[in-house]
Design a protein around this ligand. Sequence first.
Ligand code: AMP
Ligand code: GLY
Length: 428
Amino acid sequence: MKKLDVLVIGSGGREHAIVKSAKKSPLCGRLVCTPANGGIELDCASANIKADDIPGIVKFAKEGKFDLVICGPEVPLSMGLADELRALGIAVYGPNKDGATLEASKAFSKNFLKKYSIPTAAGENFKDFAAAKDFIMKSPFDVVIKASGLAAGKGVVIPETKEEAVEAAREMLEGGAFGDSGREIVVEEKMEGEEASIMLMVCGEDYIMLPPSQDHKRIGEGDTGLNTGGMGAYAPAAVATPQVLEAVRKNIIAPTLRGLKSEGIDYRGTLYVGIMITSAGPKVVEFNVRFGDPECEVLLPLIKSDALEVMNDIANGRLDSSKVQIKDEFAVIVVVCAKGYPNSYKKGDVITLPKSEPEGAYVIHSGTKRGANGELLTNGGRVLGMTATGKTLREALDKAYKLCADTHFDGAYFRRDIAHRQLERDAK
Ligand code: AMP
Ligand code: GLY
């Protein structure tokens, strides 16, 4: 069996999970991550090329004769990284620029959803403020306002009143909020329901549906306070019942993959379908073209099959989804962040990690780096992710929280109620 030389792009918890998962595979030869972080560096070799330095990555991948590139974040994909690598004959896990437009342009995504009759919020795209204002004032429903372009998860405003909605539209279209990303907006119906993340590993029209997950976007317990990149996640999330998942497969995934094919898009990589489970069934909130972070950290450990082999098969256009097995277990991640996050926070504090990791539990690094003497320092808002699997959700949570309790740095904060919705459901 020829081993694969693998290059992972990115530097967060998601990429650390990808590296850990790839490393376990008997197929894994050389493994390099760029630009990596203080924890990834201990698990594999690293390089110092930024994730959005497309020429730099392409040169490195070519000269290093890598067999497979796995791209973690959306930005390089939307800049055409996968197209350039594929043109050189390097297999890539991650869609080309055309597929990445599903995330990079919410306006494109809205048009796509409408064109293929995929359930989603009713809405329209606008570049002109007067037209957007008119639509908002006349719409019979409460609206949400979305910057069309990439905004690191922050481009959505959920206004309380029509006046607030108009103001949000004005700020984006005329005030330069979100820069170029806000030059076009989507105004859509506010949906009511519980959200879940459905992560698919897609190879053209074949795909693997990973267990449904839920992340916790808000900073505070009880899902209060400011939005963050995600303070924790768990899977499987039982709110996505077998009936809901059946409806997702039939009404959302099937037409989406057919639509991509009709548009001439050969999609190879993760497709993240954010859904709202409404009284009228599941509807699409958003598409992302990469693994969620922190969802990735709970989903990769639940793949029983060799995840690297699956990604390599997809990258080479030969997935056989019927062979891929998923574990009958639970997985959780509790994110430990820096004091002040998601507002300003300091960096460079010394981190003390747990001396040992319980069986099936481990520390994922997000915003960490090594100091001059090799010491581990904080280097971001989300610093670490305590990840664990277990036969029950409770078992997984207990292990993850044990790791949290044994981790120290100045101002370390984590939510103590990760997976509370599921625990409340289980208690009923
Ligand atoms: P997005 O970046 O489109 O996923 O939006 C970020 C978050 O905003 C979602 O996870 C939802 O919580 C919320 N959101 C987006 N669109 C809607 C909608 N149409 N109705 C209600 N909430 C929404
Ligand atoms: N956790 C949400 C995201 O990755 O978009």
